[in-house]
Design a protein around this ligand. Structure first.
Ligand SMILES: [Fe+2]
Length: 323
């Protein structure tokens, strides 16, 4: 079926537009270690695991990582108490907007989920996401005034680890819901392309950290630059592997507990950059998820299999670091 760019869920509201050059003007947050957590999707059990890993690092004598949530930390939490818990816990850390939070704050007529899905995404998936957004907006309305806390969030962030300069976006540097940092948009390993080069230049960064697309990858580029897209911190990222992924940026290499792993790593100036896989309590999450989303609900139909089986995606395709 032909897709219509004006269909809810495929559109990109004009308010989502951003500029790479705006990242260059931001005052950087500086720390020895950051976790960039894109796409938590309301998953409190994943958040437990992420906070536990930060605590583990601190217990081993490493600097405690600062958590940075680059959007879409709400999604499945379409129940007022669940929504409030996510807002409270994420609110204790640093956060920036995703399209989900943008549509909670100021629903755009005809935007649906605000996902700006490309033509390759099936119509049914788009319709399910729009239906999830409608339920989430209702939960957020009941949980108000917590929603107003989202209004203070910026669309982009700038981080610094030693001399490594990092731009944090949700989609890409030009749009909150942009797909320009999707795996399919990347040049062959070892190459770059003009738009990417312009983004690095305009943003004045060595590394871009993104999310939004739900498909993780990391790629290095000439000149020692890199893109890390963590896919989703609130859902499994590889087939047959239940673990969730975050991007770790640190002056120190990771010291990981059993069951964790760095699936892709590189060095960008002073920063060790790792795509970290974390085990988490999936069964507890599924009990919570099933309690809110009934058997034929859009979240069940669209996402439950991804949560139980992982996507059709593999580490070999995701790690694109040029030696
Ligand atoms: Fe998103």
């Amino acid at each position: 079926m032909a897709t219509d760019a004006r269909t809810p869920g495929r559109t990109c509201p004009i308010t989502y537009r951003t500029r790479a050059s705006a990242i260059a003007r931001l005052t950087p947050l500086q720390a020895d270690s950051f976790y960039v957590v894109g796409g938590l999707y309301g998953n409190l059990e994943a958040l437990d695991a992420i906070e536990a890993l930060a605590g583990h690092e601190a217990a081993t004598g490493l600097p405690r990582p600062q958590l940075v949530f680059n959007g879409d930390f709400h999604w499945f939490d379409a129940e007022p108490a669940w929504f409030a818990a996510v807002q409270r816990r994420v609110g204790a850390h640093t956060a920036s907007l995703g399209n989900v939070e943008a549509e909670l704050l100021d629903p755009q007529p005809g935007a649906g989920c605000g996902c700006a899905y490309p033509a390759s995404t099936p119509e049914q998936t788009v319709a399910w996401s729009n239906a999830i957004m409608a339920r989430l907006q209702e939960a957020a309305r009941i949980a108000d005034p917590l929603v107003n806390e989202l209004r203070a969030l910026p669309p982009q962030l700038r981080l610094q680890v030693g001399n490594c300069r990092i731009g944090v976006v949700h989609g890409d540097p030009e749009s909150l819901a942009g797909w320009g940092l999707e795996l399919d948009a990347m040049p062959p390993i070892g190459d770059s392309h003009p738009r990417l080069e312009q983004w690095f230049l305009d943003a004045d960064v060595d590394l871009l950290a993104s999310s939004h697309t739900c498909r993780c990858f990391a790629q290095s580029f000439p000149g020692g630059r890199a893109v890390f897209n963590n896919g989703a911190a609130g859902m499994p990222d590889f087939a047959g592997d239940s673990r969730i992924m975050i991007t770790r940026l640190s002056r120190h290499p990771p010291v990981l507990p059993e069951g964790h792993g760095s699936v892709c790593r590189t060095r960008v100036r002073d920063a060790h950059v790792d795509a970290i896989l974390l085990p988490w309590d999936r069964e507890a999450f599924l009990r919570r998820f099933d309690g809110v989303w009934g058997r034929k609900s859009p979240a069940q139909l669209s996402y439950r299999r991804r949560i139980t089986d992982g996507p059709d995606h593999h580490a070999a395709a995701a790690c694109r670091i040029h030696a």
